[in-house]
Design a binder for this molecule. Sequence first.
Ligand code: GCV
Length: 834
Amino acid sequence: MRHFFLAICVLVAPGHLLAETGYAAWLRYAPIDATIRKHYDALPANAVALGDSVIIKTAQEELVRGVRGMLGRTLQAEASLPRERAIVLGTFASLKPLIPAADFPQHVRNDGFVLKVVTLDGFSCLVIAAPNDRGVLYGVFALLSKIARHDSVYGLNEVQEPYAPIRWVNQWDNLNGSIERGYAGRSIFFENGSVRADLKRAADYARLLASVGINGCTINNVNADPRILESAFLPQLARVAEAFRPWGVALSISVDLSSPKVIGSLETFDPVDAQVGAWWRSKTDAIYRQIPDFGGFVVKADSEGRLGPSSYGRTPADAANVIARALKPHGGVVFYRAFVYNHHLDWRDPKNDRAKAAYDNFHPLDGEFDDNAIVQIKNGPIDFQVREPVSPLFAGLQRTNEAIELQITQEYTGQQRHLCFLPAMWKEVLDFDLHAGGGSTPVKDLAAGRTFHRPTGGFVGVANVGMDTNWLGHPLAMANLYGFGRLAWNPDLSARDIAEEWTKLTFGNDPTVVRTTTAMLLASWRIYESYTGPLGAGTLTDVLGSHYGPGIESSERNGWGQWQRADHEGIGMDRSVATGTGFVAQYPAAVAKLYESREKTPDELLLFFHHVPYNYRLHSGKTVIQHIYDSHYEGAAEAGDLVRQWSSLQGRVDDERYEAVRARLDYQAGHAIVWRDAVCNWFFRISGIADTRGRVGHYPDRIEAEAMQLQGYTPLDVTPPENASGGKAIVCEAQAQKCEAMLRFDRPAGRYELDVEYFDQNNGESKFRVFVGNKKVDEWIADDRLPATKPGGDSSTRRRITGLALRPGDEIRIEGSPDGAERAPLDYIEIHAR
Ligand code: GCV
């Protein structure tokens, strides 16, 4: 029944598609084609809202807005039942006088809702009912989502409940308006040390969050600026809370544990000091006076240079509890992040292991945290790598509330320049069975507090949306925000369900668009993984800087502990109990048994748990080294194929978003080759083992820029060398205004594709022009804002010129005009016969 309109949809050719910016995200309420619209003709003409809370009013307005947008009808907004059919919105309490209790489910969790057709006053009404106001709003969004996806809304009788009470997002926004690990512009909350005057974006963000059931948002960086708690700042926070309130999103802030000393002028911030306790109480009371529905605090302490309870020999539980007690009378919660580790670890000691830190720090404190304190645990034991095992701490806390922290912003997964649909990864994490208490205990149940019957718990996503019109930079990256919300609501949904839902809501119901986009999304995490981080070694990126392009060795021999321990003979961290760091012992026995054994550990996590020689044979039958080569070549090819798949949707998706996605995919396809070459060449150099398929180090179509005839250009050694082809770039000499690299074409006449690999730094906007003979065939300005000030793996970018007619003897000339510190750098060209 659910897809009873499908047959009709298939027959509907895509009509004229209006340009869209992506701002509306999945709440477009785009007009539905007349043929399908007919099926909603029987929808009542009235929207009745019982009660006058701001959330119920919002729900009613949203319903009117959605129906108007999609069906072109304006529902009559009423405050009481008219003597005709209606859509009725209300809490159970407000509906009690109208509906016999027996007609309604009695036990629906807070924020859950019922969609049910009921006869009221003799009229058949569609009732959206819930135990609380927020549930009513969520019910409206659920109904509108069904309409947008062309589902039937007749004869409805369903109950939906959230999996856990905590469904929050964190934003890592700084008060100056920048965002730590944000890839979509400036903060929507702050600018120049204050809350923005215009909070429209904040309100619209809250609407998006509410539409997928997210009920809390922490607006500032966990590396918190203590000034956020200054008295003068509180009225500004109250303005954000006001923008959130209609959408039932609770405002929360990150706080610095040293605040009592830094802004409270106490001599100490020792959490067990009575004055410190009083300070937190009085500060919290002041917040609740201005923001009665304030959600609570997030704390990052004793981590990456943040001060914490260790300064006084106290524990995270001491620190969490002093804040929890201040929040308790108001119903607030404190999230204490388990991301506590020493970033000055001695890499020479083979027993040292950053992965052990969270468990070592928090497991001994199990049972010591107050009931309104929640330990917020990153999904893996390291730090949002492209692949990690789940954190053993989820099983290590049985008398403590916990929440899983997932990262929506793609810090280590392509920074929204590469497509990486994370719900595919999150599903594996959430479904992973830790065997924590005898029976089956998937991570989703542990985090939600279901396994050990904790009073609270759930899901936190680090979102980092920004001022970019489409919120996250890459139009397809919004599937991650949507997917986080959907999984926090119902982690039993499949990644495919989520991808399909999101695609329909975002791009419409054209089956070709849905099928193609869903397939692209579902494949994308594995594709990204296959060219950036083999076999659980972690994302092989520059961990000391951008966390973006390749930086294979950057993780080794420093205190940060993201080591892969790759040498001439082998690679991988031995975390076994028998011979390694002993991390494996942190897992319950059934899981530890799996990871302790090199043979039993799944291939995709082998290098996370074991150090093996390069010629070690995987379950797949390949050696580790050949797997590294093959997966990088396959991954880069698949990234290229994403462009082809998306291109097949031209004309089926509006031009504006089509082009925006296409540009990102083009870029990704080029950058995947940069990754492929850097990783493969590095491993070839260190292992000395050749690629059995002869690809690594051989690029038949490639001409190094330094091998071309140069005028005004000079070669430059790139570090690390694997991040440029042949280890070298060419850059314009210091005084040059214009430089040239030339080559005489010596292959048969025909149509070719010319790839120009150049470096697009963020400290200049060089201009490039390409000539064949005297004819200019392309020109562009290198004005992207990549995280790089020099030629290397972060800045390397491909320009593809297609359909080029070339004849033997033609001169191909690239002209570079430097700008600022960017000296029109070039790496190579490739000429492919097509
Ligand atoms: C907000 C990683 C990121 C940091 C982040 C930290 C955290 O280390 O690179 O930018 O800091 O995680 O989660 O606290």
